[in-house]
Design a protein around this ligand. Structure first.
Ligand SMILES: Cc1cc2nc3c(=O)[nH]c(=O)nc-3n(C[C@H](O)[C@H](O)[C@H](O)COP(=O)(O)OP(=O)(O)OC[C@H]3O[C@@H](n4cnc5c(N)ncnc54)[C@H](O)[C@@H]3O)c2cc1C
Length: 381
């Protein structure tokens, strides 16, 4: 059996790994000209963690995971509001969860699929044609590839979804925020090694994450009413964050030296079905839950694992496998989408009173008696 996978992100690579484990051949088609690195820090737990364990990926992920030593909440002048220590942070996520850079998760998957899949970089798909026996995909280099299954793992702005179901405007639910993330080539002195510092002020948040191994990530998330259409990322961040002190000027200066920047609106994908015949969508292309849910990587790996399980359980009957797969994954994806929509309301509140309220649970967690209770519960499991 053979599958063509569009996109060599977390969903596409995890799918290639899982399909190899059930004896399928795969071809991955990736638009980018080469492998990308870096990215932002993701919390990886839930069904993704369980799937990574089953797929033999966990030791590699654990080797690149990092622990945040201290999470410090700042006021807009840079002074400390309160902080959570390493044990309290671990207690909030639980024992079966890790923090890892998105690029490191991708690298671990690349290493696992190397030699087991062909990856064609610098290419995309331009047409899909399918019948009861096969699916044929025309690629941008004018070649035609044939397979038993086509998987669109090409992210939020999926071209596979557009060819299969129609324009993205019909599927994207705008959560009215923008995000910009990039790697910083030097750690601002005010951020301790291994620590994360964050602030939120009038509808804007910023965070600097020191991984602790010399790598650092700058993150900016803000309400879309601060944004102006057609403004480039540098102009926009300088205008929106320019009045703030703390390490913000250093982080903004780092943008000019960054290799790449992730800059997009925060949108969910809401689709009433994820497959048609021999074509399915997986990962952000199908259900993007957004960073507000903090669960997209976990769903991508968990979804890939379950796809392999259902294809193996329904040999020769792809429609039955895809129906069983969607029934298994959809409830979890929809729960996380609901969570994402709830978090949107308190993520970067414009109102200082709402900000104070939204930080209250974390502020409480930083108090010694609550901290003691939480970590005791965590240690007991
Ligand atoms: C700032 C931020 C923080 C996040 N934090 C978390 C977190 O804490 N926990 C968590 O679990 N998740 C988190 N996520 C979500 C997580 O990163 C994504 O859900 C996950 O990476 C989804 O992977 P994907 O492979 O579906 O899509 P993507 O990562 O978008 O990968 C898609 C791939 O397809 C390629 N591609 C795109 N279009 C085409 C095309 N037309 N042809 C060929 N290739 C194409 C792209 O180049 C890319 O390689 C966060 C996301 C963001 C933006």
């Amino acid at each position: 059996m053979r599958a063509i996978i569009i996109g060599a992100g977390i969903a596409g690579l995890a799918t290639a790994l899982r399909l190899h484990q059930i004896g399928w051949d795969t071809l991955i088609v990736e638009r980018a000209p080469e492998r990308r690195g870096g990215g932002y820090a993701v919390t990886f737990g839930g069904i993704g963690y369980d799937a990574a364990e089953r797929m033999g990926l966990l030791p590699d992920l654990r080797a690149s995971a990092f622990d945040t030593q201290e999470l410090v909440y700042h006021k807009s002048d840079g002074s400390r509001r309160f902080a959570l220590d390493r044990t309290t942070i671990a207690a909030t996520t639980g024992p079966r969860s890790i923090t890892i850079l998105r690029g490191d998760l991708e690298t671990a998957l690349y290493d696992k699929v190397e030699g087991h899949t062909e990856i064609r970089f610098g290419a995309t798909l331009t047409a899909i044609d399918q019948d009861d026996h096969a699916v044929r995909v025309t690629l941008s280099d004018d070649t035609i590839e044939e397979a038993d299954l086509l998987i669109g793992a090409d992210g939020l702005h999926s071209a596979t979804r557009a060819l299969l179901f129609g324009p993205e405007e019909d599927f994207l639910l705008d959560l009215e925020h923008k995000v910009a993330v990039f790697m910083l080539d030097r750690r601002p002195a005010a951020i301790a090694p291994g620590a994360t510092g964050t602030l939120s002020s009038r509808g804007r948040t910023a965070a600097i994450i020191s991984v602790g191994d010399g790598r650092n990530v700058a993150f900016f998330g803000y309400r879309a009413d601060h944004a102006r259409p057609d403004e480039d990322v540098t102009t926009q961040l300088e205008r929106v964050y320019g009045d703030l002190g703390w390490v913000i000027p250093e982080a903004l200066a780092g943008l000019a030296r960054a290799d790449s920047v992730y800059f997009d609106t925060i949108s969910q994908v809401v689709a009433s079905r994820w497959s048609s015949g021999r074509v399915l969508l997986l990962g952000d292309a199908a259900w993007c839950v957004t960073l507000f849910a903090g669960y997209g990587s976990a769903l991508a790996v968990g979804g890939a694992d379950r796809l392999g399980t259902e294809l193996a359980a329904h040999p020769g009957d792809i429609p039955a496998a895809l129906t069983a797969w969607e029934a298994a994954i959809r409830p979890e994806a929809e729960r996380k989408q609901k969570l994402g929509r709830r978090v949107k309301g308190v993520y970067a509140p414009a109102n200082p009173a709402l900000l104070w309220l939204s930080l209250l649970p974390l502020r409480l967690a930083s108090l010694p008696p609550v901290r003691w209770y939480m970590t005791r519960r965590f240690i007991k499991g």
